[in-house]
Design a protein around this ligand. Structure first.
Ligand code: AMP
Ligand code: FE
Ligand code: FE
Ligand code: ZN
Length: 284
């Protein structure tokens, strides 16, 4: 049976692997296809597509948009999106600017707390358009202010800790619409992590295409629960490891085995979305 991993991060957000390493790891895991889902970014897609083509692995474009609904943070995955879609790129650039400004605010707070971490150290380490808290955590460790990545989060960066700054997010409906107009399918990421089952009926109504049933942090029982939810709300099923490379201990790529048939259905839905939107869908 062929398997896919549809949730991977790279150095273009808070993962550590570059395109070649991702493709090489996917090959080692004997995956038939992978999708790149960097936070608020599609910057790594062209390079990863090329590396996957060279390694004989199917590549699916993707992104993981940070959204919210009723004050809860939700992650909306967009698959098969046209990565040259004008509106998608404009909105992503807007949210990347939000991320960069938030890094400045978090570092300013650290400085006020007596931790003289230079903001340039974080941007140099991140070296991408979508920096996040994991980059601040790594910079704190590298500069010797924290003993570990986890300590950086526990002391400073976790929600409601002294250097934490809330992030402006798009609404979940905006995220769904943005993905659809870029010719992609919209998926609710790891619902078991956010424990936000109550949003699923409303999102299904708003056009959600699928839920991520298989995920590293979903138990077998949780996966079963979300498979039932998918069935009940007529949603497709996706899954992936949410691998961040070496950022959080061991690399997870390939550890969540998703049968290829789920990707087949996802691609069919994307084709329907593009057909329904007319010949110019996914361009513009
Ligand atoms: P941001 O998008 O800047 O808010 O950062 C969120 C990312 O930080 C998540 O995708 C995780 O990769 C990571 N993260 C969030 N909370 C923690 C935590 N308590 N410990 C370690 N990593 C975390
Ligand atoms: Fe992440
Ligand atoms: Fe996520
Ligand atoms: Zn993720």
């Amino acid at each position: 049976m062929a398997f896919v991993d549809l949730h991977l991060h790279s150095r273009f957000s808070d993962g550590t692997y570059g395109p070649e390493e991702l493709a090489a790891q996917a090959r080692r895991q004997e995956l038939a296809a992978i999708a790149l889902t960097d936070h608020d970014s599609v910057e790594g897609c062209p390079g990863t597509a090329q590396a996957c083509a060279a390694a004989g692995i199917e590549f699916v474009t993707g992104t993981e948009l940070t959204a919210e609904r009723d004050g809860n943070e939700l992650h909306i995955l967009g698959y098969c999106v046209d990565i040259e879609n004008g509106r998608l790129l404009t909105e992503i650039a807007r949210f990347q600017a939000v991320r960069q400004n938030r890094i400045r605010e978090m570092v300013a707070r650290l400085n006020q707390l007596g931790v003289p971490l230079p903001v340039e150290a974080v941007f140099a380490l991140a070296n991408c358009r979508a920096p996040g808290r994991p980059h601040v955590a790594r910079a704190l460790v590298e500069a010797g202010f924290c003993a570990s990545f986890d300590e950086a989060f526990e002391r400073f960066l976790k929600k409601n800790r002294p250097a934490w700054v809330p992030k402006f997010k798009m609404s979940a409906e905006e995220a769904l619409e943005l993905v659809h107009q870029a010719g992609g399918v919209a998926v609710l990421a790891h619902p078991g992590l956010n424990r936000t089952d109550e949003v699923i009926p409303g999102l299904a109504e708003a056009g959600l295409d699928a839920i991520e049933c298989f995920h590293t942090k979903h138990s077998t029982a949780a996966a079963e629960h979300y498979l039932q939810m998918a069935d009940r709300f007529h949603l497709l099923v996706t899954g992936g490891s949410d691998c961040h490379g070496l950022n959080k201990g061991k690399p997870l790529i390939g550890t969540v085995k998703v049968p290829y048939q789920h990707l087949e259905r996802l691609k069919a839905r994307a084709a329907e979305i593009r057909t329904a939107a007319g010949p110019h869908a996914g361009r513009g």
